[in-house]
Design a protein around this ligand. Structure first.
Ligand code: PRP
Ligand code: URA
Length: 210
């Protein structure tokens, strides 16, 4: 499990995360922070993209330089809260295609319920990055990845901002082939399956619905 999970301890990420956790942070700033943290996480999570050498003519001379070696990416936010991470990822990789998976957690059972699913038709040729700020019980992430795996993508990475130990265990056991990236591993879940200390309900904080 150790090699499967990367926790970003970069000072910029940790700093921004503190303001995301603060209950006094309103939706506008919260959205901006989700975007900024996602951009920094994208930078790290794409570190292993293969490069190839090309020739480029600078104003001074022709030289060899590197570009990404034709890997095709797809970003799949889990609705709703995953949408908060999408624009930042697309700013970094504008050629990526986007799929959407709609899941909500049943308030009583905390089990995910699927309500939407639209993936790029050529997802089998793509490396997929699943986006969701919160990994709590892990049920939503596991189900979303089950759905995506039916289309046989080249690889899957899961990017979240805060993960509970319970969610990390559930996800890594269900999908040992999926690399998991998060900005923080928190303490535990509470009786309502919210992450402690967490940041509350990510969807509500992004969209101002509570
Ligand atoms: C949140 C979050 C994850 C899920 C995590 O979504 O964005 O998708 O809960 O919990 P889990 O790991 O226990 O499955 P929620 O169900 O609140 O839906 P929303 O984004 O539409 O608010
Ligand atoms: N979903 C959230 O948005 N927050 C949590 O703490 C757990 C699930």
């Amino acid at each position: 499990m150790e090699n499967q999970v990367t926790i970003f301890n970069h000072p910029l990420i940790q700093h921004k995360l503190t303001y995301m956790r603060d209950e006094k942070t309103g939706s506008k700033l919260f959205r901006e922070l989700v975007s900024e943290v996602s951009m920094l996480m994208c930078y790290e999570a794409t570190r292993d993209l293969p490069l190839k050498e090309v020739e480029v003519k600078t104003p001074i001379k022709t030289t060899k330089s590197k570009v990404i070696a034709g890997r095709k990416l797809a970003f799949v936010p889990i609705l709703r809260a995953g949408l908060g991470m999408l624009d930042a990822m697309l700013e970094m990789v504008p050629a990526a295609k986007v799929g959407h998976i709609g899941l909500y957690r049943d308030e009583k059972t905390h089990e995910p319920v699927e309500y939407y699913n639209k993936l790029p038709v050529d997802i089998a040729e793509r490396d997929v990055f699943v986006l969701d700020p919160m990994l709590a019980t892990g049920g939503s992430a596991v189900d979303a990845i089950n759905i995506i795996k039916k289309s046989k993508p080249r690889s899957i990475k899961f990017l979240c901002i805060i993960a509970a130990p319970e969610g990390i265990k559930e996800l890594t056991e269900a999908h040992p082939d999926v690399q998991v990236y998060c900005a923080a591993k928190d303490e535990c879940l509470d009786k309502n399956c919210y992450i402690v200390p967490g940041l509350g309900d990510a969807g509500d904080r992004i969209f101002g619905t509570k």
